[in-house]
Design a protein around this ligand. Structure first.
Ligand SMILES: *Cc1c(COP(=O)(O)O)cnc(C)c1O
Length: 386
């Protein structure tokens, strides 16, 4: 008897989310409106620190673009980020005509190496984009200190980091200029597509609100409730179309309430994997420092040196056993666009390259069972023994 295919990721969407979407559809307000506004308010309250502005957008990519635009990043500027990320982290810098400077990771955390970031600073450097890889916080203490020393802006790519803490403080409440979360289908909470930008800077928040909807000085919700004529608006810049819909926000309202429960379930599954894979030639994911929260967006293992199978063959073997895996990420320095534009070579990124060649992301989502974990471990054991 063959077992059903075990996918790499699946969202967990419950009856409350479904009922809220249906309510939205019946309400007649399907684009940005009261539910988006409530999602923003709830999100800021959930982060729990005073003075936070939360702005919903239709993707984290959009949010990163808006944050950098609002910070004034443009042609001639350089922005430093990790090579070990999804292309969205870096592409937004190019949207603005600025240049991306990729640096290597710390092999212990797989997050950007703060010392490498500091060495990459030039007189043109304007900003840093740390990524909290897999849900483990980057070394924000070191990164924020070096940003301060060199007068750089910091935009956190927190696509994996809900909820993640650094030294006890939630990502989203740290001293960076802006933090951007993703609600893409496979992220720790989802709205299908969606994202949230968080900042304490009121002027930055204002610019982001204007630019996310065509450079119009107030969003649709304000237009239909304020005292000025409902048809009146002003265009103050050539903005973008990055607003979140109320249909998506309806999902987000309930997903957000479940974020802690989802994180606990992911942490349980990570512990189950750790135990089940303990005696195999695999490097298990790094743990957070004592007292800190790992969002456990991904469970990434690396084949140990001396494992008798190569990574690609290992993924093939798991796939043949009906198990879906992925690789996070093919580093940007290997991608044709980035490689050719900046003349990058793998030797410049030895830790990312080494990790990439050995890594795979195992199936990991809240609806998985302990039996699924055992099944993956069994298939891994067989593939590694072959
Ligand atoms: C998913 C992801 C993004 C992009 O998120 P979207 O909401 O799909 O735009 C950016 N950075 C990282 C690290 C991601 O994993």
């Amino acid at each position: 008897m063959t077992e059903p295919f075990l996918p790499f990721a699946l969202p967990e969407i419950g009856e409350e989310e479904i009922a809220e979407v249906v309510d939205t559809l019946r309400s007649g307000w399907v684009t940005t409106g009261p539910k988006t506004r409530r999602f923003e308010t709830d999100f800021a309250a959930w982060l729990g620190a005073p003075g936070l502005h939360a702005m919903a957008v239709n993707s984290a990519t959009a949010g990163l673009h808006l944050a950098l635009e609002a910070l004034g990043i443009g042609p001639g500027d350089e922005v430093i980020t990790t090579t070990h990320t999804f292309t969205a982290t870096a592409e937004v810098v190019r949207y603005l005509g600025a240049d991306v400077v990729l640096v290597d990771i710390d092999p212990a955390t797989l997050c950007i190496d703060a010392a490498a970031a500091e060495r990459a600073i030039t007189p043109r450097t304007k900003a840093l984009i740390p990524v909290h890889y897999a849900g483990l916080a980057a070394d924000m203490t070191a990164l924020l200190a070096l940003a301060q020393r060199h007068g750089l802006k910091v935009v956190e790519d927190a696509a994996h980091a809900l909820p993640t803490t650094h030294r006890g403080a939630l990502v989203g409440t740290l001293a960076s200029d802006a933090t951007v979360f993703s609600f893409y289908a496979n992220k720790t909470i989802t709205t299908g597509e969606g994202g949230m930008v968080v900042t304490r800077d009121a002027a930055l928040a204002q610019r982001i609100k204007v630019m996310r909807l065509h450079g119009i000085s107030r969003d649709a919700f304000d237009r239909f409730t304020a005292k000025v004529p409902s048809w009146y608006y002003e265009v103050v810049a050539p903005g973008f179309k990055y607003n979140l819909t109320d249909i998506a926000a309806a999902l987000g309202l309930h997903q957000l309430r479940r974020a802690e429960a989802f994180q606990r379930r992911r942490a349980e599954l990570a512990a189950a994997y750790d135990e089940a894979l303990r005696d195999l030639p695999l490097l298990r994911p790094p743990r957070p420092p004592a007292g800190d929260t790992h969002a456990w967006h991904l469970y990434v293992v690396r084949l140990a040196d001396g494992a008798r199978i190569a990574r690609d063959a290992f993924i093939e073997a798991l796939y043949a056993a009906g198990i879906g895996c992925s690789v996070h990420y093919i580093p940007l320095h290997l991608q044709p666009y980035w490689r050719e534009r900046y003349g990058l070579r793998p030797e410049q990124f030895p830790h990312s390259q080494h990790a990439y060649e050995r890594m795979l992301s195992l199936p990991f989502y809240t609806r998985m069972t302990e039996a699924d974990v055992q099944r993956v471990a069994r298939a891994a054991r067989e593939a590694l023994a072959a």
